[in-house]
Write a protein that binds this ligand. Structure first.
Ligand SMILES: [Zn+2]
Length: 377
């Protein structure tokens, strides 16, 4: 018998051309004891489906494991993106109507945060500030959703999900790379949290907003805690953390790997006091980190047919081959093949999924100037 209260609702996030509502399920667990509020979603990019299996395993556990606080899980949060197929592939990255990336339409306005920080009274407690800030941001999001001029498909869907996510102290957005090894985006101020997940590759991101859900969560809180720290002359932490987890390749469901990633998330949640009397601990693995500026994209200069030689997660020295390219216009002569070499020492994290590439394709994304997270800390 679980001590958790369980409920299941649906949220309308879009409507198709027949005027039918497109809904996503919201699974909610509420513990008997107080604790952090957690929000976990998956598949905002429609081809990145592995997070749904991770959420399945989390729900299996949460049906038995008593929690402190609340955990909301939203699998397959983008029913539009998952259903856009072209032949064998899912075209899940962009809103097909407006061309915008499905993970770039969340709300953040630094001026609003600054104005809010100015109005915080000297005696106001952190609990009061947090509650009022949540109301403020959710009102801002509401105003945008109700704008007379409307919003694009992706932005509407993003803001409806953000309304839920902004209530949480912990936000976890589950993604996959094209062909990819496990990696995680962690805000620099929450670097210590990176060691609580079983994810060997860590990208530390600064307080800049590019439109993604993790940034839309931590940027406002980070900016507010910096402003309050300056105002009150002491270090203030508002205790909100947000992460993007990239768990291997898109277009793949793997139940065993999903169980591993669910256990990794449970280790983090356990360390943050979300679980009652649980025994989940992070594995003792090596974690390698980069700052975002050192997470480099290697674009192709020419088009061609590619064999990917460097496996995601492997260590490649400067000058060693990453990929071999076949040029069908030169098959009888020495220009038939080209080798693309690593520009410096790298760890390839992901590569393009298809063997046929145009010029200007993001062929690999690589860690450069990487370091051992434990040694840096
Ligand atoms: Zn993604």
């Amino acid at each position: 018998m679980s001590a958790n209260q369980f409920s299941k609702d649906y949220l309308v996030v879009a409507q198709n051309a027949s005027g039918r509502n497109m809904k996503v399920p919201l699974y909610r667990f509420k513990g008997a004891k107080p604790g952090p509020k957690v929000y976990i979603q998956s598949s905002i990019h429609g081809a990145e489906v592995q997070g749904n299996v991770v959420i399945y395993h989390l729900i299996q556990t949460l049906q038995k494991q008593p929690i402190c606080g609340e955990i909301t899980l939203v699998p397959n949060c983008n029913p539009v993106g998952t259903n856009i197929k072209a032949g064998e592939y899912t075209l899940g990255r962009f809103d097909p109507v407006n061309g915008t990336n499905w993970n770039r339409g969340y709300y953040f306005d630094p001026d609003n945060v600054d104005a809010f920080a100015k109005r915080v009274g000297p005696d106001e407690s952190l609990t009061q500030i947090k509650a009022r800030f949540r109301d403020n941001i959710k009102t801002q999001i509401d105003e945008r959703l109700n704008s007379t001029w409307g919003l694009g498909l992706a932005q509407q869907l993003n803001l409806k999900l953000q309304q839920l996510a902004f209530d949480a102290d912990i936000v976890i957005d589950l993604h996959n790379g094209p062909v990819s090894t496990r990696h995680i985006y962690v805000p620099e101020y929450a670097k210590a949290a990176a060691s609580l997940f079983n994810i060997p590759h860590v990208i530390l991101i600064p307080n800049t907003f590019a439109g993604a859900l993790d940034e839309a969560t931590f940027c406002p809180w980070w900016r507010l805690q910096d402003a309050l720290s300056a105002k009150r002359g002491q270090t203030i932490s508002l205790g909100v953390e947000a992460f993007t987890l990239e768990m291997g390749s898109q277009e793949v469901i793997n139940f065993d790997e999903g169980r591993y990633d669910a256990t990794s998330i449970l280790s983090y949640l356990n360390a943050r006091g979300c679980l009652q009397d649980a025994n989940y601990q992070p594995d003792n693995i090596q974690r390698v980190a980069v700052y975002l500026k050192d997470y480099k994209i290697l674009y192709t200069k020419q088009g061609g047919m590619v064999e990917y030689l460097a496996r995601p997660g492997s260590r490649i020295k400067q000058g060693e081959p990453l990929a071999k390219v076949l040029n069908v216009d030169e098959l009888e002569n020495p220009r038939a093949t080209d080798t693309i070499l690593a520009p410096c020492d790298v760890i390839p994290i992901l590569h393009f999924p298809s063997a046929s590439v145009l010029s200007g394709t993001q062929l690999y994304k690589c860690f450069t100037h990487y370091f051992d997270l434990a040694e840096e800390a």
